[in-house]
Design a protein around this ligand. Structure first.
Ligand code: KG4
Ligand code: ZN
Length: 362
């Protein structure tokens, strides 16, 4: 079964997508499975705290949503009366943040007489590539973000089965926590990625995390501890407070780059081993979908390309802007739900991290 972004559905007006599950505020419009426009803001207020502060994030969503909505309408020239469906990320995520988006969505759906549909943020990540490429099912999905790391079998755009998940930190947290140990600001994943490109990999420096078991779950906390212990033993790697990566002299930067390259190699290797096992256990899979902020990581992307080639899989890798949190993927998933007649009433609940998302369509 194929799902492309061209054709498929009869014109049914515009679908608005709203994303507020963590620290990105976004609204986007999709029509017939194609992105019409997006207004997105990544909150910078959290950098000085070394991580997302839920209370600040929720207040920022509350402040930004109306501004971004107006900007989106202005830039696209869309008449709000043509919005037929309001889709909103209902979870998992930070509860206060989700409530802000869900309340905004309910108000809009009432005001515009548009249908409401609550979107599973994780499924939206895995479907995001459909905005750029054709999705082919059954597929194996790897979702690796700042809050989640999951392996899924995707039998259709609406039928997902979880095969494995992280037991502790998400892959993005592992990147961010290692970066923090090195003195890099939050979110450190992209910076670690950048500096690792200059480093040499030592395959023996860090353990490959959580592979001596028979399951498809992940655990990254041991690798994080290994990084902390290694750092304690070696002096001169950490960036001094008040300094940045670019302030380091060339030899300190090389030491830090080697550390980052070896850490990332172990992390990626652990993920690829589980992916390989999941593929062996899944019948009929033809394509591999990667999603979430960590799918923007260059080492992971290179490993996925090599793996897909070796296994003869069609690799679906969204462009980096569609990997990280965005509202386009929410609008796209809402379009898929609307095509299947899956809507919610005004009693739509926001679901925090840790609770299963119910299939409670009306
Ligand atoms: O999907 P996402 O934007 O938000 C969540 O739903 O969590 O993922 C954010 C995570 C952060 O941990 C960030 O450090 C990580 O994705 N990330 C990366 C890269 N770009 C984003 N990690 C490693 N390399 C990157 N290039
Ligand atoms: Zn996300």
């Amino acid at each position: 079964m194929k799902l492309g972004h061209i054709g498929g559905m009869r014109a049914a007006g515009y679908i608005l997508g709203i994303e507020t599950s963590c620290d990105d505020t976004g609204v986007a419009l999709v029509r017939e499975g194609c992105l019409v426009g997006q207004a997105l803001s990544t909150q910078s207020a959290h950098a000085e705290f070394g991580g997302v502060v839920p209370e600040i994030a929720a207040r920022e969503h509350h402040r930004l949503l109306p501004v971004l909505y107006d900007r989106l309408l202005l830039e696209t020239g869309v008449d709000p009366g043509e919005i037929r469906v309001v889709g909103v990320a209902r979870g998992p995520g930070l509860l206060g943040c989700l409530l802000t988006g869900v309340s905004f969505a309910k108000g809009l759906s009432l005001g515009l007489s548009a249908r409401l549909t609550g979107v599973d943020h994780l499924k939206a990540h895995l479907l995001a590539a459909g905005l750029e490429l054709g999705l082919e099912f059954p597929a194996l999905g790897l979702l690796a973000s700042g809050g989640h790391t999951e392996l899924c079998r995707m039998d259709s755009p609406l039928l997902f089965q979880r095969l494995g998940r992280t037991l502790d930190d998400a892959m993005g947290e592992a990147f961010d926590k290692c970066a923090k140990l090195l003195g890099l600001p939050y979110p450190g994943g992209p910076l670690l990625d950048r500096v690792a490109g200059e480093g040499r990999v030592d395959k023996t420096r860090f353990p490959v995390p959580y592979v001596d078991n028979a399951n498809l779950d992940f655990s990254f906390s041991g690798l994080k501890t290994a990084a902390a212990v290694a750092l304690e033993k070696s002096s001169g790697i950490r960036i001094p407070i008040g300094r940045s990566l670019d302030d380091l002299d060339s030899s300190s930067r090389r030491v830090l780059a080697d550390f980052a390259a070896s850490f990332i190699r172990s992390l990626v290797r652990g993920v690829m081993i589980k992916l390989d096992r999941a593929l062996s256990a899944s019948r009929g899979v033809r394509s591999l979908v990667a999603a979430g902020g960590c799918a923007a990581n260059s080492s992971l992307r290179a490993a996925l390309v090599e793996f897909a080639q070796k296994k003869g899989l069609n690799l679906v890798l969204p462009s980096p802007g569609l990997c990280t949190d965005n509202a386009a993927m929410i609008a796209y998933a809402a379009w898929i739900q609307a095509k299947a007649g899956r809507f919610h009433g005004l009693d739509l609940e926001a679901i925090p991290r840790g609770r299963e998302i119910p299939e409670d369509f009306v």
